[in-house]
Ligand binder design. Structure first.
Ligand code: AMP
Ligand code: GLY
Length: 428
């Protein structure tokens, strides 16, 4: 099988790595990729938001993709998977209509209401009066979410009513296009968060293993929200029946509801959940693999990935054999650029990659996110999240130690990372 992956982060590096280790895969292509992906795949340039351009690349004889896997949300929301489907190219990723589950928080709430899926109570507001009524109705802590895509940064959770109000007013203020925005204000959910991914063909739903993400920039969950600073899997503290419960109460009803509406969801359904004192609640849905959870989850998946995603893309998941998982634990730690998640500094030289690749830090490997090669051929930073240092081990403690040992071999001036990824879970 020949595969084309769209995207260029550590999630896509993890996908390309899995494909490169898959005996059924003959060639891995990626666009736009990054410096690390270029070592396991042939990289191409493409405007990832342009469906015609992506389809042309997929059908270019040099690529001749049997399967296209779309990594990030923006191309999905822009309808890239629709164009590929129209051209008869098997694609793993939902249509633009179904991707609204991620692209619009108000749409996601509507689908959940239709499917009786448990989530935070919420109001969708467009005016200052509606905003004040909603903030009063819930009280602190306030949860205020921009309706549209915001790369993990559109959500403010705060005790400060003025800060909540200011963010909400910013969300509804008319944008450059003159259109007023919408904001979702919702009930605060307490309890630990879990990310659960499911592969689906629009009918059959195959959950992967759960993971936990660390969204705040600093140790002890301090600092601003980010795209994610680290992850681990499995969750030793979770009830073994948790995945079945989420499958029955969240994943299958959501997939069924979208099919019922005539917009089936085929691809990766990502449920971000809070395990509250009153039960499981959906915090958000995403329409693609999570980053950095994918780095940890795929490190443990023994079933070859290409066949699984191809079965989903071609509507044949019902016949797919049960997934096989490694007993090992996996931990991934994100190395972020100076000033991430603000305006990250780029162009810093990354040192130590060869040492980790030479297994100077056994059991660990480095997945690249924002990296590229400069004119001298050196690998330099080119984005906010720069590397995902990933390791496996018999226990979370071993996997953690290996990831953090590998991290000591790496050097990126001004970078920062969390030192407490999986530390509490490893004590279980
Ligand atoms: P989202 O983009 O919806 O995933 O939100 C980003 C982060 O904000 C989540 O991972 C949570 O940590 C936090 N968050 C979102 N919604 C809620 C909520 N209703 N209650 C508490 N925390 C929330
Ligand atoms: N890790 C959070 C996300 O992928 O949205």
């Amino acid at each position: 099988m020949r595969i084309l992956v769209i995207g260029g982060g550590a999630r896509e590096h993890a996908l390309c790595r899995s494909f490169s280790l898959d005996p059924e895969v003959t060639e891995v292509h990626c666009a736009p990729g990054n410096a690390g992906i270029a070592e396991v795949a042939t990289v191409h340039t493409v405007d990832a938001l342009d469906g015609d351009a992506v389809a042309a690349l997929a059908q270019d004889p040099r690529v001749a993709a049997d399967l296209v896997v779309v990594g990030p949300e923006a191309p999905l929301v822009a309808g890239v998977a629709d164009v590929l489907r129209e051209r008869g190219v098997p694609v793993f990723g939902p249509s633009a209509e179904a991707a609204r589950l991620e692209g619009s928080k108000a749409f996601a709430k509507d689908v959940m209401a239709g499917a009786a899926v448990p989530t935070a109570r919420s109001y969708v507001c467009t005016t200052p009066d509606e905003i004040d009524t909603a903030l009063d109705a819930f009280g602190p802590p306030y949860v205020v979410k921009d309706d549209g895509l915001a790369a993990g940064k559109g959500v403010v959770v705060t005790e400060d009513v003025e800060a909540a109000r200011a963010h909400a007013l910013g969300c509804v203020a008319p944008g450059a296009d003159g259109e007023a925005g919408r904001v979702v204000i919702e009930e605060f959910l307490d309890g630990p968060e879990v990310s659960l991914f499911a592969v689906t063909d629009g009918t059959t739903v195959v959950p992967l293993q759960p993971a936990q993400d660390f969204k705040r920039a600093l140790d002890a969950d301090e600092g601003p929200n980010t795209g994610g600073m680290g992850a681990y899997s499995p969750l030793p503290w979770a009830d073994p029946k948790l995945v079945d419960e989420i499958q029955q109460t969240v994943l299958q009803p959501t997939v069924d509801e979208l099919a019922r509406r005539g917009t089936p969801f085929s691809g990766l359904l990502y449920a971000g959940l809070a395990l509250t004192s009153r039960g499981v609640r959906v915090i958000e849905f995403n329409a693609r693999f999570g980053d950095p959870e994918t780095q940890a989850v795929l490190a443990r998946l023994k079933t070859p990935l290409a066949g699984l995603l191809h079965a989903a893309a071609t509507g044949r998941l019902a016949d797919f054999p049960p997934l096989r998982w490694s007993e090992d634990a996996a931990v991934t730690v994100v190395v972020a650029a100076h000033n991430y998640p603000g305006t990250p500094r780029t162009g810093d030289v990354i040192e130590g990659l060869d040492e980790v690749a030479a297994q100077d830090a056994p059991g660990a490997y480095v997945l690249h996110a924002g990296t590229k090669r400069d004119e001298q051929g050196q690998v330099v930073s080119a984005g906010g999240r720069v590397l995902s240092v990933t390791a496996t081990g018999e226990t979370l403690t071993t996997a953690r130690d290996r990831a953090y040992t590998a991290l000591t071999r790496l050097h990126l001036p001004g970078s920062h990372h969390r030192t407490d990824i999986a530390s509490k879970a490893a004590e279980n």
